[in-house]
Design a protein around this ligand. Sequence first.
Ligand code: NAD
Length: 292
Amino acid sequence: ANPNIAFIGLGIMGLPMATNLVKAGYQVSAHDLDPSATQRVADQGGTAATSTAEAVRGADIVITMVPDSPDVEALLLGEDGVFANAESGTLVVDMSTIRPDVSRLVAEEGAKRGLRVLDAPVSGGEAGAIEAKLSIMVGGEAAAFEEARPVFDVLGTTPVLVGPAGAGQTVKAANQLIVAGNIQLVAEALMFLEAHGVDTEAGLEVLNGGLAGSTVLTRKGEAMRNRAFAPGFRIELHDKDMKIVTTAAREAGVTIPLGAQVAQYVGALKAQGHGGLDHSALLKIVEQLSTE
Ligand code: NAD
């Protein structure tokens, strides 16, 4: 029989992921601080839980998908959180993007309580979550990974065990470094083409067929052309991720000059009040720095 799943955190990513598990035949007990999000999973055939404790009761696997490191610490380690309510032996899979050291901490705290914990952040964005095409970067024990694999196979196409606890987050930090830099350069190229009066639709199409092509260009190019910056992936979350990667790079003695610069731009957009926009809004920085 399929394991029972508790799914906590039903935002832009968690809601379609939980829905895909329901559609694949899993019993999903869902919970979000926003009851309307919980209800949406129930509408699809899941069970609405009014608290973390209620969601976790009877679950074999607990999946969490919340914004930031303090959210994960509160949700897993908090007084009436996941660890306080999960039965010994439960597999806890945190799919949020957080600091690697926090993932290591919660894995250690879980082990003390007889729980197994994986960090399993994802890449692929809202579209990847909806279409079940996420890339899943997993840190933890091999046996726990194998147990979670059927669930990962429902949510994505590329689950990979990359190392021990925290390693999934390290790989995700590298992912966010590449994505931010790629968005920045696509934005610069687009502004450059516009300023030269080039047909940017045709321009981006042919660029995408060559070595400059990328998922970022495919997914974000059109949004940038139209200055349509509804999220997707919010600037405030990418700011969190650039802080993770710049801190982790400094700790390791690795210099990431371009990443550090893009981190400044992402932080500036957040400071300007654009934290709720999609990360493709990095184009605004290029606009601000360019002449009319
Ligand atoms: P979101 O803000 O849309 O959703 C987070 C949800 O968690 C919200 O609905 C919130 O109410 C809920 N939540 C927070 N704390 C909770 C708690 N204690 N109990 C229950 N619910 C709680 O964020 P998102 O875009 O879905 O991102 C979630 C995570 O996935 C982040 O770490 C983000 O960096 C990562 N991520 C996002 C994307 C993307 O494109 N949006 C892509 C890959 C990874």
